[in-house]
Design a protein around this ligand. Structure first.
Ligand code: NAD
Length: 437
């Protein structure tokens, strides 16, 4: 099949590359010249495990190409995926400018039947808006299909290649058949392609992200209560997770969620509810708890040092909003570091892949290190913010000899408190019975 993918960011690049990998001819389009040039050379502008190898292979085998010429890409392809940004507008709703602008360009360049597939996360009714835009300009026949993307950054390629489910929102059999055909190689093990109406499909994506965000904020509230009553959230997690109605995933307490999706999607869903005169009370709390969580963690550090952080060296392990990605969008690390800097702490930071991105957010306010142990030289405390695997089993004796103070704030509960205490560290996790505020 001949496919174009408009918007070659985290989602578009993975979508385009993986469709090429299953034998389709894929043209990826972006407005960013530098990005397109880099991609043509087989280099990924983002860090995503396994992506660069697949990219190189499919460029080499001539199934994958990159261009800034959107008109040509539209004319040459029958299926057009939109993986454009839908950033928050000022009121928190999803800004559809990019999607609707591109819809206009598609309409102007139609030269036959097209399936326009919305991969971007868009509010209910966006498909209707795209249809309106195109119908006003073009007489060619077309279908708009909602096909939300559920991949996780950090595991995007394997998520896309082996999806739990594919959701297709359309009531047109011609378009549904094309989508089923396109996705057939990805669901050979029997995972479902769930076909539904377009509005339900658009809402499904928001419902999924909002539910996952709710789980995280709920566990963070339980953790904060654990601190106050002298309980261990990790024990509570195991105790509830073994109930299959609750499940074991997404129950880890921490410094809260970040990234480009959960914060914006929770807000956008809340705005959709508001526009339909419905007060979605849980969602407001989910977001408030999430914002508060990173601040509470920073406050705990400040309180531990009796509000005297001036000149203290704080080492931060992990900057990206979660492991296996360099994505710094809405990363809790930024808020935590800013709170420490306000108290005039000296902040040393490291991250396996996100330092380049982090510099865009933190500039020269912190000192960057490639090696985790180097951050600890003369440090008064270690703060773990992102649970990268390489931080899980460090050499605690070496750490102790490098550090000036021996306290570890574990924002992701990756260490065993008892082991650390035996090694001579003071250990402060999330919801593990210690709070200094
Ligand atoms: P991104 O910002 O990484 O990428 C968007 C790309 O679109 C950029 O490369 C940008 O240059 C390009 N672009 C902007 N305007 C354009 C135009 N007019 N023509 C061509 N290209 C244009 O965004 P992303 O993270 O890939 O997200 C895209 C959409 O997918 C969003 O709606 C997001 O909510 C959704 N989504 C993201 C994820 C994720 O994990 N990042 C997962 C599922 C869904």
């Amino acid at each position: 099949m001949k496919i174009s993918v408009i918007g070659t960011g985290y989602v578009g690049l993975v979508v385009g590359t993986c469709f090429a990998e299953t034998g389709n001819d894929v043209i990826c389009v972006d407005i960013d010249d530098a990005k397109v040039n880099m991609l043509r050379k087989g280099k990924t502008p983002i860090y995503e495990p396994g992506l660069e190898e697949l990219l190189k292979k499919n460029i080499h085998e001539k199934r994958l190409s990159f261009t800034t010429d959107i008109a040509k890409a539209i004319k040459q392809t029958e299926v057009i995926f939109l993986s454009l940004p839908t950033p928050p507008a000022e009121d928190g709703s999803a800004d559809l400018r990019h999607v609707l602008d591109v819809a206009k360009v598609i309409a102007k360049n139609m030269n036959g039947y097209k399936v326009i597939v919305t991969k971007s996360t868009v509010p209910v009714g966006t498909g209707d808006k795209i249809r309106d835009v195109i119908e006003k300009i073009s007489d060619h026949s077309f279908n708009v299909v909602s096909n939300p993307e559920f991949l996780k950054e950090g595991a995007a390629v394997s998520d896309f290649m082996k999806p739990d489910r594919i959701v297709v929102g359309s009531n047109c059999q011609r378009a549904i058949t094309i989508m089923q055909d396109l996705y057939a190689p990805f669901v050979r093990t029997g995972n479902p392609v769930i076909v539904m109406d377009e509005h339900s499909s658009e809402l499904t994506k928001y419902a999924a992200n909002a539910f996952l965000a709710t789980k995280i904020s709920f566990m963070n509230e339980i953790a904060n209560l654990c601190d106050r009553v002298g309980a261990d959230v990790d024990a509570v997690r195991k105790g509830i997770g073994s109930d299959p109605r609750i499940g074991t995933q997404f129950l880890f307490a921490g410094v809260g969620y970040g990234g480009s999706c959960f914060p914006k999607d929770v807000n956008a869903l809340e705005r959709t509810a508001h526009q339909h005169k419905y007060d979605f009370a849980i969602l407001q709390a989910v977001e408030q708890v999430n914002q508060r969580q990173r601040k509470l963690f920073a406050k705990n550090i400040v309180s531990y040092f009796h509000n005297k952080l001036k000149g203290k060296v704080i080492a931060i392990w992990g900057l990206s909003f979660k492991p296996n990605t360099d994505d710094m969008r809405e990363a809790p690390s930024v808020t935590i570091i800013q709170e420490l800097l306000k108290q005039r702490a000296i902040v040393h930071v490291t991250d396996p892949v996100a330092i380049k991105e982090a510099k865009k957010h933190l500039g020269s306010t912190v000192k960057y290190f490639d090696d985790n142990y180097q951050t600890l030289k003369g440090a008064d405390a270690l703060v773990v913010v992102t649970e990268w695997n390489e931080f899980r089993r460090p050499d605690f004796d070496k750490m102790k000899s490098l550090m000036r103070g021996h306290v570890i704030f574990d924002g992701r509960n990756i260490y065993n408190p008892q082991v650390l205490r035996e090694k001579g560290f003071e250990y402060i996790g999330i919801g593990r019975g210690v709070v200094y505020e």
